[in-house]
Design a protein around this ligand. Structure first.
Ligand SMILES: *Cc1c(COP(=O)(O)O)cnc(C)c1O
Length: 392
């Protein structure tokens, strides 16, 4: 069919530049090892921090939910699609995050879109870290609020934005808790102090911090002892929680408001029973099996130290997300291809996900990896890194 020649042209250019990527289908369940093209390889690209995607208790909870409640819900939440299990999950999330209330959305992505688009008007200002996740950026695109972007984790730049917007009705500072491509943690104590000084609201997206940082994985707010001082905490149920969905934890007022104004919540069908019950089970697992988080951090230290000792540039990572920065886009993809050949699945990430010239392999270890698997992965990094002259 004719009509998309202009798109094909751009794809051809990407092919020439070596940046055209195929999707890589897994032929097994998610885990520390996965099967790709019929071959078992070590998985270093998932967000399955605690291995919960295949945890026996989550599997069973999902099976039981299907047996008892069926496969789908048949409606959006505000019409006929709220089940008592949805509210049960939200109560658990509020307790987990030490907030009055919580509301679940279809994904972390739609949570950010729903929250940001609902609560800001042209009288307001949103002040955003320049490296915030795409879902925050798109959420901001949906508001008519004035936009200010501050330099990445730069508190002088944030304060300047706050000083320059004192005549607005409300200011909302928004930041990732852990930055997804670099693995560094936002300086939340300083952000909260500035917010309090200038009477601004704070919204933290803890997609990569929930299940990872804080007591039992409560996230960065709890990690820094800032419970009760951050107005909006966003989280995902799709990463460490191992299933699918997003949520916002905040005051009863904000949650009630979003039930009326959060567009993805209003206009998209609620989570199926299996998803909801598996998420509830995951929160119980976080409480009852804290050793999973301990193991995640042991593996993080081992692997990160290993990469650094080999001479790779791992940037400013402080969490299980460890980038191996190589710079050139095509080189990062070659590196990833070689790693796969040597038995490691670690994706190359390039523009527009990260800035031009900062292409990288992004690795995430999980609680499921054995020391042996991580050592095998380091061996593959040395071999591929030397062949491509990324290290000596
Ligand atoms: C992954 C991620 C999201 C999106 O979460 P999903 O549940 O996968 O839609 C949102 N924000 C941040 C910071 C993320 O890293």
């Amino acid at each position: 069919m004719k009509g998309f020649e202009y798109l094909q042209e751009e794809l051809n250019q990407m092919r020439q530049a070596g940046t055209f990527r195929r999707l890589v289908p897994l032929e097994s369940e998610q885990g520390s090892k996965v099967v790709i093209d019929g071959k078992e390889v070590i998985q270093l690209s998932s967000n399955n921090y605690l291995g919960l995607t295949s945890h026996p208790r989550l599997r069973q909870a999902a099976l039981d939910a299907v047996e008892k409640f069926g496969a789908g819900t048949g409606s959006v939440r505000t019409i006929a699609g709220t089940f008592s299990m949805h509210e049960q999950l939200e109560e658990k999330l509020a307790k987990f995050k030490h907030t009055e209330a919580a509301l679940v959305f279809q994904s972390g992505f739609t949570t950010n879109q729903g929250v940001l688009s609902a609560i800001l008007t042209p009288e307001d200002v949103v002040i955003s870290d320049e490296l915030n996740h795409a879902s925050i950026i798109d959420g901001i695109r949906l508001t008519k609020a004035e936009r200010r972007v501050y330099k990445h984790v730069d508190m002088a730049s944030l304060e300047e934005a706050l000083k320059g917007t004192q005549n607005s009705r409300k200011r909302l500072i928004v930041t990732d808790g852990v930055f997804s491509m670099d693995g560094n943690i936002a300086p939340l104590p300083e952000i909260v102090e500035l917010a309090e000084k200038y009477d601004a609201l704070v919204m933290v997206d803890d997609a990569h911090a929930s299940g990872v940082l804080g007591k039992n994985g409560r996230g960065t707010v709890n990690h820094f002892g800032l419970d009760g001082r951050v107005h909006i905490q966003v989280g995902t149920l799709s990463k460490a929680i191992g299933v699918l969905g997003g949520y916002v934890a905040s005051t009863r007022t904000l949650i009630d408001y979003l039930i009326h104004k959060g567009r993805p919540f209003l206009f998209s069908t609620s989570h199926p029973p299996a998803v909801t019950m598996a998420c509830i089970e995951a929160l119980d697992v976080l409480q009852e099996e804290p050793e999973l988080i301990d193991r995640l951090w042991e593996n993080t230290t081992f692997f990160k130290d290993g990469l650094k000792e080999l001479g790779f540039n791992t940037g400013h990572s402080e969490t299980p997300i460890t980038p191996v920065i190589v710079g050139d886009e095509a080189l990062s993809h070659q590196f990833s291809d070689k790693l796969l050949q040597y038995g490691v699945f670690a994706q190359g990430i390039a523009f527009p996900t990260v800035a031009k010239g900062l292409a990288r392999i992004r690795t995430i270890v999980t609680a499921q990896h054995s020391n042996e698997e991580l050592q095998m992965a380091l061996d593959a990094f040395v071999k591929a890194g030397k062949e491509l002259k990324i290290i000596n």
